[in-house]
Design a protein around this ligand. Structure first.
Ligand SMILES: [Zn+2]
Length: 183
């Protein structure tokens, strides 16, 4: 079973002192069980001062990042816009195929420096990498699957094909099926 992750993007303010984050600040982020719903994982963000004073208990994963200017983002090549839209569509993954698709898309977006791998953790014997969108602060926890090279190449080819076709016809994004190694 694939666990459902509902990770919030970076908050606008510190979870402890409520001071708004500003450009250039260091944000200390942590994934931890939601106190109201222990089976769910949530993200909390702290300013540097609060973090030093009282790092939270029960952390699954944590990282620090400097806050970049939000606007104006440089225009992305269309293909990368589509890759982000597909990642939004397939994440958090509900199926094995969607998990494969997310794996390929996050690798692509990381290579293009749109996402950064911030930290990693293990849960139920599965290894996850936490990716953060450099500008928007959105968070994705992606299971790092070990796929046979053949399968990986098949899935990658399907994703690249989808990106190319969606560049011609953006409606495709709305119905895009996740890639499947069996195809
Ligand atoms: Zn604070």
């Amino acid at each position: 079973m694939i666990r459902e992750w509902k990770l919030q993007p970076r908050s606008r303010k510190c979870a402890a002192c409520a001071q708004p984050f500003e450009e250039g600040d260091t944000c200390c982020s942590v994934l931890h069980p939601n106190p109201d719903e222990p089976s769910a994982i949530m993200r909390s963000d702290f300013c540097r001062a609060c973090w030093k004073q009282r790092p939270p208990n029960g952390m699954l994963s944590s990282w620090k990042a400097r806050i970049l200017p939000v606007a104006p983002p440089p225009p992305l090549p269309l293909e990368l816009d589509i890759a982000e839209a597909l990642l939004d569509r397939w994440s958090p993954p509900q199926t094995e195929a969607a998990a494969h698709g997310c794996l390929i898309l996050t690798a692509l977006l990381e290579r293009k420096k749109i996402l950064i791998a911030r930290s990693s953790f293990e849960e139920d014997g599965k290894a996850f990498t936490v990716y953060e969108h450099r500008r928007s602060g959105r968070t994705f926890a992606i299971e790092q699957k070990h796929l046979a090279l053949d399968d990986l190449e098949k899935i990658q080819a399907q994703v690249m094909d989808l990106l190319n076709r969606a560049a011609e016809d953006e409606d495709l994004i709305l119905q895009a099926e996740a890639p499947d190694a069996e195809q």
